[in-house]
Design a binder for this molecule. Structure first.
Ligand code: ATP
Ligand code: NCN
Length: 216
């Protein structure tokens, strides 16, 4: 099964990386493809370029054989619609290989506003990671999709190419990229929230206001 985990990763942090490792083990796959978006479709444009976010992600996963970076959205350019990414992948994987996308409940709550969202279940399985927060509004389109397509086990995802929705409860770290950017901007340390190699690169390149004198 080919598994993609997409995000803005602005910057990547240990919450993302731990989730990816937990997923790899829970799904019994050889690797997870992390897919940084070029232009995120439904949020403000990041202050960093996709090339910078991609570079930080590559540094973060280097030396970890179970995680790799798929740069197709950065290479494709434009708004990073997941349906386009899944269609590209389906074209190379063929019709029979199971393909799955991973998404947190926060992102999945707005799934019915994604471009061409109704086509996505026919392209891939959807793995929803239960994150703390408001959760899914009970009568929303994403909640109905989950109820209709829900599978009870990982084994069911391996048995068919697409179409299942798996709700997974995994141990998560309470870390957000917003919190990290805010720490850096205000001159506080984000250390231990993200890999040292990523923090070193952020400082070296002066990203997120690192190294700038504080304006009070
Ligand atoms: N700490 C975390 N643990 C597990 N999953 C996470 C964590 N943070 C984000 N995710 C999930 O990773 C994906 C990409 O998230 P994203 O790049 O937006 O990170 P973020 O930390 O939520 O960023 P921001 O604070 O800028 O919104 C989303 O599906 C999101 O639900
Ligand atoms: O395809 C869409 O319309 C779409 C809309 C919103 C989000 N996504 C994808 O969802 C993933 C998580 O997004 P984010 O904003 O939480 O980083 C990321 O891979 C985005 O490209 C995709």
């Amino acid at each position: 099964m080919h598994v993609i985990y997409g995000g803005t990763f602005d910057p990547v942090h240990h919450g993302h990386l731990r989730l990816a490792v937990e997923l790899k083990e829970r799904l019994g796959v050889s690797g997870i493809a992390m897919v940084p978006c070029h232009i995120p479709p439904h949020r403000e444009a990041p202050g960093t370029s996709s090339a910078q976010r991609l570079r930080l992600l590559e540094l973060a996963v280097s030396g970890e054989p179970g995680l790799h970076v798929d740069d197709r959205e950065v290479v494709r350019g434009g708004a990073s619609f997941t349906a386009d990414t899944l269609r590209q992948l389906r074209a190379t994987l063929g019709e029979r290989e199971p393909l799955a996308m991973v998404v947190g409940t926060d992102a999945f709550a707005g799934f019915d506003r994604w471009r061409d969202w109704q086509a996505i279940p026919d392209l891939a399985h959807i793995i929803v990671i239960d994150r703390p927060g408001p959760g899914l509004p009970p009568d929303s389109a994403p909640a109905r999709l989950l109820a209709e397509r829900r599978v009870a086990s990982v084994a069911e995802l391996h048995r068919r190419p697409s179409g299942g929705c798996l709700w997974l409860d995994l141990p998560l770290l309470d870390i957000s990229a917003t919190g990290i950017r805010e720490r850096i901007r205000t001159g506080r340390s984000p250390r231990y929230l993200l890999p040292d190699v990523v923090w070193e690169a952020i400082r070296r390149d002066g990203l997120y206001g690192a190294g700038q004198p504080l304006r009070r």
